[in-house]
Write a protein that binds this ligand. Sequence first.
Ligand SMILES: [Zn+2]
Length: 277
Amino acid sequence: MPRKQREDLTGRKFGRLTVLSFAFRKKSAYYWNCVCECGTEKQIAVTNLIQSTKSCGCWAKEVYKRDAKLRAWKHGLEGTKEYRAWQGMKNRCNPDSNAGRSNYYGRGISVCDEWKNDFMAFYNHIGPAPSEKHSVDRIDNDRGYEPGNVRWATNKEQCRNKSDNHYIEFKGEKLTVIEWSERIGIEESAIRSRLRRGWTVEQTLTLPINANPFGRNNGRTPRCVEFNGESLPIPVWAKKLGMKDHLIRSRLKDGWPVESALTLPVGSENPLKRQKS
Ligand SMILES: [Zn+2]
């Protein structure tokens, strides 16, 4: 019998275990009563105490639980769309990669520290991709990949998010030019050009191709609005007041008083509507 088996282990610590007292002998094995840091009491053989056992079993359970997420993605998510998106995102921001040098890194776009080395942190925030066509999109183009600034978006949605954020409101719906184009089947360029030529939103979005709301004037005589004793075309008012002309048009179309339509800041509500409620 090894000498150690006969040693008094009372009070000794082995990992999380503290030996309380001798328990019993079973053949050549000596068992001691131990208490774990978690409060569990267990009888453990001396050889196990010295060689390997460091807790009542709680430690192994914790490690298993802690690593479960890691195992899950290593086996389940590696190679998935989400994982590739995460790698691509890091690659685009890596100064040592071609993509990073030429584009994102140079513009100061980076991946937040939380996500850089932790796919699961990124995945838990953004969630699974809705389809193969979706990719990671930054909501605010001037900010990096960070919580609150990413979402899954299709290419079309991403384009909408880029420079041209021209929204048109009509019949209570606020859509981009691209979205209206898809909806009504008129080319984006035609919509833009109609608005530029002073068509109202309603005319722009409802009249068929080749229509001409201005008759012989060929769209060159925009509607005039009188305010403060001056009668000017809407685009001129817009320029003068630093407003978007389509905003003025849509307000007038919604029955706003001229003064409110021309003076209230973006995002204001129709003052007449407010009085009613
Ligand atoms: Zn324990």
